[in-house]
Write a protein that binds this ligand. Structure first.
Ligand code: ADP
Ligand code: GLC
Length: 482
């Protein structure tokens, strides 16, 4: 089979910079596609941690003036990932995260920072990098959304673009007065271009102008075409529904492998579940919880934001405690939510423990030691923590939305009787339903054979990238005319 070259354009990538699942996907997909004959190179901004990780790079292009300053396009390989790094110090070399400064606010020039990335993605598509012509460009989220717009309005030969929506809640909407400074021609400002409710919409441009639009689960693909889930883009998405497809995420099963995970206290597998409780003991100690092997231990690994519905979990805490449960939460984000959980931990010593930070190792320990992972999201394009939970024998308790609906089999009487259940779902996303789901989970936990069966089913589920990668490869091949 001939090799197919794909340029991925993305604003974060594991293990270099990560704020969420987007980075996990961008970092895992190249490895999953390689055995299928798809060679992915990824274009990312030269943030400080990216530049620091470079051991050896070549300069693919010197750029005397790229959006207001000198820049370079570097070509390098880090952690097995083939990368183009846009090294533009005036845009990316600063303290803070990829989007937000040390003061916790979005950088004021984010429109320009990511337009510069998109312009580079488009230009590489047109042949700017020596000896490289991608046959398909794959863009992720709003930050890469203008890539399709630049290619479209430049005219001329161009590779087809696949735009993947990881989260519709972030759309990259900016004032129209920025048009020229972003490098867009006046004609781009139209409903068939980047115009979005009188502003410039980065994600809108991608949805309108990409050759295909994908999102990260089939259910989310349907939800975003509705008024409830479309966040303003439902009309356009409905109009393009013949070009819209949902492809589930996988997880990197080498990074997330309970049998060989260096970050957990005691490795275990489907055939050695008896070794798993050592991780619960460890977790209880780590979170100052009472060392009780029989208390159902609920774990959370999450950004703390409205999307994730954890305010509901806070409200449902009395139910969780009534059922004899414990809670170990790792999260960061919304200050009010942090304060709420901190208060709960203080009010319930030995029963509720919280760590407010971003901690990769602790995330693994929570997956390995919790009995149940709770994901009560109001919306969830795919969700990765429930996939990790399945693989780690932690039974997921999830809202029946988006990718959570697609990846967990609810323990209905039928699913239990036929031995298919892998977790607990609730809908709609509201307090009484979550409380009921917690009671249902606790009852299942007390039914040891049923619980063990659910754990085994979850661990047997294929949460790898194998199937999704085949779907992406087929899509890329179709667009490349193979
Ligand atoms: P989202 O991208 O919406 O945040 P996902 O479930 O797709 O949600 O991906 C979240 C990723 O970030 C997972 O890999 C999860 O383990 C990780 N993660 C989230 N919060 C934390 C945290 N506080 N510490 C460590 N890892 C976290
Ligand atoms: C987004 C979504 C999450 C998804 C991730 C990776 O951050 O919120 O549901 O799993 O992207 O696609």
């Amino acid at each position: 089979m001939d090799r197919l070259d794909v340029l991925s354009v993305v604003s974060e990538i594991f293990p270099l910079v990560k704020t969420g699942g987007l980075a996990d996907v961008a970092g895992a997909l190249p490895f999953a596609l390689a055995p299928l004959g798809v060679r992915v190179r990824t274009l990312i901004p030269g943030y400080p941690p990216v530049l620091a990780a470079i051991e050896k790079a070549s300069v693919a292009r010197a750029l005397p003036d790229w959006y207001g300053g000198p820049a370079r396009l570097l070509r390098t390989t880090i952690a097995g990932l083939e990368l183009y790094v846009l090294d533009a110090p005036h845009l990316y070399n600063r303290a803070g995260g990829p989007y937000v400064g040390p003061d916790g606010r979005d950088f004021p020039d984010n429109a320009k920072r990511f337009a510069a990335l998109c312009r580079m993605g488009a230009s590489i598509g047109q042949g700017l990098a020596p000896r490289y012509r991608p046959q398909v460009i794959h863009t992720h989220d709003w930050q890469a959304g203008l890539t399709a717009a630049f290619l479209h309005f430049d005219g001329g030969p161009r590779p087809p673009v696949v735009a993947t929506i990881h989260n519709l809640a972030f759309q990259g909407q900016f004032g129209r007065e920025l048009l020229a400074s972003l490098g867009l021609p006046p004609k781009a400002f139209s409903p068939d271009g980047v115009e979005y409710y009188g502003d410039i919409g980065f994600l809108k441009a991608a949805v309108r102008l990409a050759d295909r639009v994908t999102t990260v689960s089939p259910t989310y693909a349907a939800e975003i075409c509705t008024a409830e889930g479309g966040m303003g883009l439902q009309g356009l998405l409905r109009g393009r529904s013949d070009k819209l497809v949902g492809i589930l995420n996988g997880i990197d099963t080498a990074v997330w492998d309970p049998a060989a995970d260096p970050l957990i206290a005691q490795p275990f597998g489907p055939d050695s579940l008896a070794a798993r409780p050592a991780n619960k003991t460890f977790l209880q100690a780590r979170f100052d919880l009472t060392p009780d092997p029989d208390a159902p231990l609920f774990g959370v690994v999450s950004r703390l934001s409205w999307q994730k519905g954890l305010d509901l979990l806070l409200e449902a805490l009395p139910t969780l405690l009534q059922e004899g449960g414990q809670l170990a939460l790792l999260g960061s984000g919304d200050a009010a939510m942090e304060a709420g959980f901190a208060w709960a931990a203080e009010a319930h010593p030995g029963r509720v423990g919280c760590v407010f930070s971003y901690d990769e190792a602790l995330a693994h320990e929570i997956q390995a030691g919790s009995d149940c992972i709770v994901v009560p999201s109001r919306f969830e394009p795919c969700g990765l923590t429930q996939l990790c939970a399945l693989r780690y024998g932690a039974v997921p308790l999830v809202a029946r939305v988006g990718g959570l609906a697609d990846t967990v089999i609810d323990a209905t009487p039928m699913a239990l009787a036929s031995g298919a259940a892998t977790g607990v779902q609730f809908a709609p996303v509201a307090l009484p339903m979550l409380e009921r789901a917690i009671r249902r989970t606790a009852a299942l936990y007390r039914d040891k054979p049923a619980w063990r069966r659910m754990q085994a089913n979850g661990m047997a589920a294929d949460v790898s990238w194998n199937d999704p990668a085949r779907l992406y490869a087929a899509l890329f091949a179709e667009l490349a005319g193979r």
